[in-house]
Design a protein around this ligand. Structure first.
Ligand code: HEM
Length: 144
């Protein structure tokens, strides 16, 4: 997962030359397709529009609707679907999952950088430290 996150921009860049263009969807894009007349699923980082498959699913449509708009990889694997089932997936493929930057800067640290008063405070403290340090340095040299 981590690797894919790093490599995706590269795939994206090279996809124009050697792959038919693939659409990328974010979790947010997919989440809204969670109704019985509009059903998307994520299985192993690929996105499927299975709206037309709901009624055909041998395991029933309820189990699919439970996962609608979300990642169904785990439940798909738990059932131990056949190779046939895996091949069926292809016809519903609509795109890849886009990895988003999940790790945001700690809000405390980012607020420290963003708010202007703290920048002034940090500068003031730094100035005092430098000033005191300089006096101390001069004092030391005079006495020796
Ligand atoms: C679009 C994705 C899916 C496809 C194409 C698909 C396809 C199939 C197929 C062809 C079967 C018949 C058995 C087999 O060939 O393995 C089956 C059975 C089953 N599927 Fe799915 N499936 C999908 C997603 C899911 C998900 C997300 C669940 C989640 C719980 C699920 C639960 C089941 C269950 C419980 C059975 C067993 C039914 C039984 O044995 O009576 N399937 N599926």
């Amino acid at each position: 997962q981590e690797n894919k996150e790093i490599l995706q921009p590269l795939y994206f860049f090279f996809s124009h030359s050697n792959r038919p263009s693939v659409k990328y969807y974010t979790l947010e894009d997919i989440r809204v397709h969670n109704m019985s007349n509009d059903t998307w699923l994520i299985i192993h980082d690929k996105v499927y529009d299975i709206t037309s498959f709901l009624e055909e699913h041998p395991g029933g449509e309820e189990v699919l609707l439970e996962q609608a708009g979300a990642d169904a990889s785990e439940s798909f694997e738990d059932v131990g679907h056949s190779t046939d089932a895996r091949e069926m997936l292809e016809q519903y493929f609509i795109g890849d999952l886009r990895f988003e930057k999940k790790k945001k800067l700690n809000p405390y640290i980012s607020s420290l950088f963003c708010s202007s008063w703290s920048i002034w405070l940090i500068s003031a403290v730094a100035a005092v430290v430098v000033g005191v340090g300089y006096r101390y340095f001069i004092f030391e040299h005079r006495s020796s």
